[in-house]
Design a protein around this ligand. Structure first.
Ligand code: SF4
Ligand code: SF4
Length: 89
C-alpha cells in the first residue's frame, strides 16, 4: 500500500539546517579542561573525543575547543597522564 502525504501532513521545507540545530542545542554544563603544563601530548584524547574538540598544539599539549566540547568526560577517563578533567563551565 502506498501512503501519500497531503500538503498539511508533509514536513516543512523550512526545517533548520543541521548547523543551526547544533547551535540551538543547550550547552552542557560541563566541559573538558587539561593541565597543559603536565600534558605529554600523547594524542589519546584527540582520538577518543567524539566531537573532534581536541587538538595537539605544535606537538606540545592538548587544547580543547570549548564550543565543540559536550562535557562527556571520555577524554578524562582515557588520559593516561591524568591531566584531563571534566569541570563545570
Ligand atoms: S569532554 Fe567529551 S567532548 Fe569534551 S573534549 Fe572531552 S571527549 Fe571531547
Ligand atoms: S590524553 Fe592526556 S596526556 Fe595525552 S594529549 Fe590528551 S591531555 Fe595530554
Amino acid at each position: 500500500m502506498t501512503t501519500t502525504l497531503s500538503t498539511q501532513q508533509a514536513p516543512s521545507l523550512a526545517c533548520a539546517s543541521p548547523a543551526s540545530r547544533e547551535k540551538a542545542r543547550p550547552r552542557s554544563k560541563y566541559k573538558a579542561q587539561n593541565e597543559q603544563d603536565r600534558c605529554v601530548a600523547c594524542g589519546v584524547c584527540v582520538k577518543m573525543c567524539p566531537k573532534d574538540a581536541i587538538s595537539i598544539l605544535k606537538g606540545c599539549y592538548a587544547v580543547i575547543d570549548e564550543d565543540r566540547c559536550v562535557g562527556c568526560g571520555i577524554c578524562e577517563k582515557n588520559c593516561p597522564a591524568g591531566v584531563m578533567h571534566k569541570v563545570t563551565r
